[in-house]
Design a protein around this ligand. Sequence first.
Ligand SMILES: NC(=O)c1ccc[n+]([C@@H]2O[C@H](COP(=O)([O-])OP(=O)(O)OC[C@H]3O[C@@H](n4cnc5c(N)ncnc54)[C@H](OP(=O)(O)O)[C@@H]3O)[C@@H](O)[C@H]2O)c1
Length: 246
Amino acid sequence: MRIAVAGGTGVVGSALVSQLEAAGHEPVVLARATGVDLMTGEGLEQRLDGVEVVVDVASTATSSKKKATHFFTTTTANLLQAEQAAGVRHHVLLSIVGIDDVPFGYYVGKVAQEQAVVAGSVPWTILRAPQFHEFARQLLERTSVGPVAIVPRMVSAPMAAAEVANALAGLAVAQPQGRVRDLRGPEVLGMHDLVKRLSRTVGPRRLILVANLLGATGRGMSGGALVARDPATVGTQTFDEWLALQ
Ligand SMILES: NC(=O)c1ccc[n+]([C@@H]2O[C@H](COP(=O)([O-])OP(=O)(O)OC[C@H]3O[C@@H](n4cnc5c(N)ncnc54)[C@H](OP(=O)(O)O)[C@@H]3O)[C@@H](O)[C@H]2O)c1
């Protein structure tokens, strides 16, 4: 099956593309690196030729509510419009556990993106995943200023991106299902501690300072709102197992 992966060069996107290839499908990567700009729609029409399913795992690194909302609503509108014109029959979106309870700017953008998919005219499936194990590396990179990184106190049940990709691959070849069961990693952990462990063992070495975010965002992030409640589908690879492979 020809399956387009919006954001197919990213952390979870590249894992998904590999898994789809290994399963004999024909993944089509939609990313600026392959000549598609989801913000303008440039290159989309040509790449969607013959595509049956689109999995959207595109992202932007921002904590600004305005920028995140602009990115996720614009890219989703462009995708859905092009999908409708190309006769795509299923739109699969990866979202994040707990985003309605934590008003962090990026999550506000993801909520708006989910709403656009639900209101859109392409039949859809939405999967909410927790932070990836790989998010420890993304956080370390994004919060480093010289030798110091300031990371938010954040309780999560993280999961390997490869396992999330596996769940997405299964959904992509199934019928549209609406909102499916949330994913949860095998352990509840402090993402800030995982950043420290990654920095100590794999690097780059940083002095990690942990910050309590203010207000409802801080309370939600540190209080467990990002951990999927039952019923959830639980992943298997622990953070330590993942770390040992880095
Ligand atoms: N990271 C996590 O822990 C986590 C957890 C749960 C859910 N999620 C969700 O999973 C999805 C993927 O996250 P990720 O961390 O894997 O992303 P990522 O590694 O940051 O990759 C982002 C992808 O989006 C593409 N992209 C960005 N701007 C684009 C544009 N204007 N046009 C076309 N492509 C564009 C990038 O490719 P180019 O740069 O080549 O354009 C890249 O392939 C997001 O929806 C995120 O909310 C992430």
